[in-house]
Ligand binder design. Structure first.
Ligand code: ZN
Ligand code: FE
Length: 257
């Protein structure tokens, strides 16, 4: 399975999963139709699946037009998003398994950004190889999604699931927000040496206009303040000793950043 990253809108990424043998593709969160069709045509591949993580327009915007173009394709989304994802045919729950080409993904229910948000996790196929996580707007490189439809406690539980994945899991999040996220991270965790060096790398990458997605779970665990609610430095930064309250205060601080 190849994964191609298509930058769309101002800062969204669509991910195109491609199996060159069967000449088929799947898209995660298609915001726009044209870049997807162009890439499929270039690859000579047929679109068989849309994997949606949640109902926001910048994630489902191209569903209808893609279904028109490929009437056989299947649209997957979370069961809690019933009625909110255009063309949805498959209603997924935590622990369900979905297939693309020769890979099987596990569905994780990760509410918080929205009440029906799910993530797709493709474990590594062999020991020591990498896994792939498509997490929409739940976990970002260096940050996490806004709490539009969920509570801090819910989001902490959701992010805990993602944090528990193996370190060598690639994090394919749906927006290029990394630089801004790390600028904020530096205000609450500035003595973290891993964060300092990551911040420098990301600044350099963005100045060359390079993408910073995918990230890795291991890197996120060491540098993303929204996975570090137990760390004394972060608890001190927001004056709380309770993990969920620490997370809530960090999230609020970021909203105002
Ligand atoms: Zn969203
Ligand atoms: Fe989004």
């Amino acid at each position: 399975m190849e994964i191609l990253r298509l930058p769309v809108l101002s800062d969204n990424y669509i991910f195109l999963l491609h199996d060159p043998n069967q000449k088929i593709g799947a898209v995660v969160d298609p915001a726009e139709v044209r870049p997807v069709l162009e890439k499929l045509e270039f690859l000579g591949a047929e679109l068989v699946t849309i994997f949606n993580t949640h109902h926001h327009p910048d994630h489902v915007g191209a569903n209808r037009q893609l279904i028109q173009k490929f009437p056989q394709l299947k649209v997957y989304g979370g069961v809690e998003d019933r009625g909110r994802i255009p063309g949805q045919q498959v209603f997924l729950r935590e622990g369900d398994r979905v297939q693309f080409a020769d890979r099987v993904a596990e569905v994780l229910f990760v509410p918080g950004h929205t009440s029906g948000h799910i993530a797709y996790y493709f474990p590594s196929v062999a020991l020591g190889e990498i896994g792939e996580l498509f997490c929409g707007d739940t976990l970002f490189a260096g940050g996490c999604g806004h709490l539009f439809e969920g509570t801090p406690a819910q989001m902490v539980e959701s992010l805990s699931k993602l944090r528990n994945l193996p370190n060598n899991t690639r994090v394919w999040c749906a927006h290029e927000y990394t630089l801004k996220n790390l600028q904020f991270a530096m205000t609450v965790d500035k003595d973290n040496a891993d964060l300092q060096s990551r911040f420098a790398e990301v600044k350099a990458a963005r100045s060359r206009n390079e993408a910073t997605v995918p990230s890795m779970i291991g890197v996120e665990k060491r540098t993303n303040p929204f996975l570090r609610w137990e760390q004394p430095a972060l608890q001190l930064a927001v004056q709380s000793q309770d993990p969920v309250e620490t997370f809530a205060r960090l999230r609020r601080k970021k909203d105002q950043f």
